[in-house]
Design a protein around this ligand. Structure first.
Ligand code: PXP
Length: 247
């Protein structure tokens, strides 16, 4: 195992800046094209129920112009399922969504909603989408994701990154260990393992080094860093750190 680690660049926050002014710029599709050229292996975009960043037109535009796979993040709602079935993106990542949250705060409670989610993802799989479930590093959730027929789990790295940022290094290391064990566990069940949320230049390498992790999805930090060094160099540096960690 331990092939090349894929980088999915999440462009949501280009749209956040655009929407802050209700203008037409900066254009997330232009950002996605730059990301493709800078070494992204895919583009990730989250169409939220409240459309606070990515819009329906953005998804349409991305599907029309991308040469790399689109990872379409969405909540498990009928509206989003219809949109996904219309576009048939390469990948669909099911995430929990609350209107009042600033970002996707926790993983999906798959174990509690197993039946509903199994029925929800079946047509997406039949349409040819690779279905991923965004979950905490928790054996119960991983087993439930496996039972409902997901091909991929994406492990939520937000807590690990927050502990690092707050200087709680013992808790950070404990969370990293949990992520390591659960990445191995998910892989042992036959699931493809991805990870993401909150990753930065400082936190990416320990996660990138897990041999079972095949893809990282990273957005907010890269888009922020692009203000200072430009989008292309910001992505290339993330790519370099990932490759270095993979060794
Ligand atoms: N993976 C998933 C499933 C997400 O929901 C997000 C945020 O939209 C990310 C990765 C990227 O997180 P960040 O923007 O913090 O890098």
């Amino acid at each position: 195992m331990s092939g090349k680690l894929r980088l999915g660049v999440n462009i949501d926050h280009v749209a956040t800046v655009r929407n802050a002014r209700g203008s037409a710029y900066p254009d997330p599709i232009r950002a996605a094209k730059i990301a493709e050229d800078a070494g992204a292996d895919g583009i990730t975009a989250h169409l939220r129920e409240d459309r606070r960043h990515i819009s329906d037109a953005d998804i349409e535009g991305l599907m029309a112009v991308l040469t790399k796979p689109l990872n379409f993040e969405m909540a498990a709602t009928d509206e989003m399922q219809k949109i996904a079935l219309r576009h048939r993106p390469h990948a669909v990542c099911i995430v929990p969504e609350k209107r009042e949250e600033r970002t996707t705060e926790g993983g999906l409670e798959v174990a509690r909603e197993e039946n509903r989610l199994a029925h929800f993802i079946a047509p997406l799989r039949e349409a040819g989408c690779r279905v991923s479930i965004f979950i905490a590093a928790d054996a119960r959730q991983i087993e439930a994701a496996h039972r409902i027929g997901a091909q991929v789990i994406e492990l939520h790295t937000g807590a690990y990154c927050d502990f690092h940022a707050d200087g709680h290094f013992a808790q950070r290391d404990a969370e990293l260990e949990r992520l390591r064990e659960m990445a191995a566990y998910g892989h042992s069940l036959g699931l493809e393992v991805h990870a993401g949320h909150g990753l930065t230049y400082e936190t990416v390498q320990p996660v990138a080094a897990f041999p079972e992790v095949m893809e990282l999805n990273i957005g907010h930090f890269i888009i922020g860093e692009a203000i200072f060094r430009g989008l292309d160099p910001a992505i290339r540096e993330m790519r370099r750190l990932m490759d270095e960690a993979r060794g």
